[in-house]
Design a binder for this molecule. Structure first.
Ligand SMILES: Cc1cc2nc3c(=O)[nH]c(=O)nc-3n(C[C@H](O)[C@H](O)[C@H](O)COP(=O)(O)OP(=O)(O)OC[C@H]3O[C@@H](n4cnc5c(N)ncnc54)[C@H](O)[C@@H]3O)c2cc1C
Length: 118
């Protein structure tokens, strides 16, 4: 369920640390996410006077983190979805009711409310 009208494939830069890599492995798309890290010492800090001096980026931190864009993760996760998973865009939950027999969720799709289960 996604409230946006379509896939949200853009986004900022993300560092994937150990826990994120383990999650990607469990979800079955670890192999599909790239490492865009540049580890050539080219990261610079811009100083107050507009000068530059060598600095550290995420990729320079100790560890095995991988650098990527949010869209890389979105694409990898989307590609790993089983074919029978239904995706609903422009949809958001407006009500959730639980009793001993289950949970009823009411959805709003583009301003139209409905309860898909009942
Ligand atoms: C600038 C920036 C840099 C970051 N860098 C890092 C990083 O380096 N490493 C790292 O591990 N994390 C980083 N994060 C955090 C990381 O991006 C988030 O923790 C992660 O995206 C959360 O994933 P999510 O799927 O839970 O939520 P989201 O990616 O926010 O996805 C939630 C989705 O649910 C949809 N939605 C929201 N409300 C509703 C609703 N009511 N009904 C239907 N749909 C709804 C939204 O439209 C969205 O598509 C960064 C975050 C930012 C903003």
């Amino acid at each position: 369920m996604e409230r946006a009208p379509d896939r949200r494939s853009d986004g900022y830069s993300v560092a994937l640390f150990g826990a994120g890599q383990a999650a990607a492995r469990r979800l079955g798309f670890d192999h599909a996410i790239p490492d865009r890290a540049v580890r050539d010492g080219s990261t610079h800090i811009v100083t107050r006077d507009g000068g530059r001096r060598p600095g550290l980026g995420f990729a320079d931190l100790p560890g095995e983190q991988r650098m990527m864009l949010r869209g890389d993760v979105e694409r990898a996760a989307f590609g790993a979805l089983p074919g029978d998973v239904e995706i609903r865009y422009a949809t958001r939950p407006t009500g959730i009711e639980q009793d001993e027999s289950g949970v009823d969720v009411t959805l709003d799709h583009d301003g139209t409310e409905r309860n898909p289960g009942g």
